[in-house]
Design a protein around this ligand. Structure first.
Ligand SMILES: CC(C)(COP(=O)(O)OP(=O)(O)OC[C@H]1O[C@@H](n2cnc3c(N)ncnc32)[C@H](O)[C@@H]1OP(=O)(O)O)[C@@H](O)C(=O)NCCC(=O)NCCS
Length: 318
């Protein structure tokens, strides 16, 4: 049986059922992933993602009442991403190859309102998900590398070239810099992300203020200015459940300022700001050799690669 499940009003048993399915999937990829506690999944499912997509909506597959699989869909209120739904389908290992994943994928369409493209950003290379996506006619649009840094010693930051300055904050952006911050986040649209339909340039001062008001954990920002103008930005967010873990999110150096080691400089400066953080994760397009190299030089190691796959909703067969 497949039905919608409203996460906000779901029973503790159903919330736990979703967690069991999600964590069984995470466990398939051990030993490189740290097992996340149920609270971490709940926090993730209740909040917007780091691209501003709304909290997940669910359809679930049940057997004798127990959740054995789910599809989640995330949609964005930003005009720039109104065409796109981020969908993830997961089935408990022992219930696979019975058509449940396919049924969930189709049922997930009831969660959408007008989107025309589906992308899934968590398809492990060589995993059942890759075969499933191929069987359902999805095409691969980009490949991402997951990296991890154990913060045992802090790297040297190095000298800032003339004319540059760094502005650093934790929490809400100071009014004076929020415009430059939004501009920095939006210029991520330049980064290589293959042929995704995702628009990274959707931030506004208003959307940033909304995100800040809803934030469950610390967010650190380092802004790089050149003669008062934006030259780069990097953002790290603390895990809301495990405060010693953080996610290195967006990093951008604007084209006119590239090739001067400034990407590494802002990221290493950032590492000095992260009080209480011991482990940092990040994800970078596998094609982004430059950023991967910067991360390696800071001590990050590669964990695994995953892909984003895409399909037009109109092409999903009933
Ligand atoms: C991907 C996943 C949801 C598929 O669930 P499922 O219930 O097994 O899917 P279906 O039974 O509907 O499979 C449909 C078709 O996909 C293909 N497929 C699915 N798993 C496969 C595998 N392990 N190897 C080869 N082909 C596979 C087959 O063509 C299958 O049809 P068939 O069984 O008639 O040959 C499940 O493997 C899973 O939960 N994986 C972990 C989560 C994940 O990676 N999700 C992908 C991100 S959306």
């Amino acid at each position: 049986m497949i039905e919608e499940l409203d996460f906000a009003s779901a029973s503790p048993e159903d919330r736990h059922g979703l967690y069991e399915v999600a964590s069984a999937w995470a466990a398939e990829d051990e030993p490189n992933r740290d097992p996340a506690p149920v609270e971490a999944y709940i926090a993730m499912w209740e909040s917007r993602n780091d691209l501003g997509f709304e909290p997940a909506r669910f359809v679930v597959a049940r057997e004798n009442g127990k959740i054995v699989g789910y599809a989640q869909a995330e949609i964005s209120k930003a005009e720039a991403n109104a065409h796109l739904a981020l969908v993830t389908v997961v089935v408990l290992p022992r219930y696979r190859r019975r058509g449940i994943g396919t049924a969930l994928l189709h049922a997930a369409q009831s969660l959408l309102n007008g989107q025309t493209v589906i992308e899934s950003w968590s398809v492990g290379e060589g995993d059942p998900g890759e075969h499933f996506a191929a069987a359902r006619g999805f095409r691969t649009v980009t490949s991402m590398t997951r990296q991890r840094l154990r913060l045992t010693e802090l790297p040297e930051v190095g000298e800032l070239p003339d004319g540059y300055e760094l502005v650093t904050w934790k929490g809400a952006a100071p009014e004076e810099f929020v415009g430059a911050y939004v501009e920095g986040l939006n210029s991520l649209a330049d980064a290589p992300f293959g042929e995704t339909a995702l628009d990274h340039a959707h931030n506004t001062v208003e959307s940033i203020r909304e995100e800040e008001a809803e934030a469950l954990s610390d967010r650190w920002v380092v802004l790089l200015l050149h003669k008062g103008e934006l030259a780069g930005v990097t953002v790290v967010e603390r895990n809301s459940v495990k405060p010693d873990i953080a996610e290195q999110q967006h990093t951008v150096v604007l084209p006119a300022h590239r090739g001067k080691g400034l990407g590494r400089l802002i990221k290493s400066h950032m590492l000095h700001e992260l009080d209480g953080v011991e482990t940092i994760y990040t994800r970078t397009s596998s094609e982004n050799e430059h950023m991967l190299r910067v991360n390696h030089s800071l001590g990050y190691t590669d964990l695994y690669t995953y892909m984003a796959v895409q399909k037009k909703i109109a092409d999903l067969q009933p």
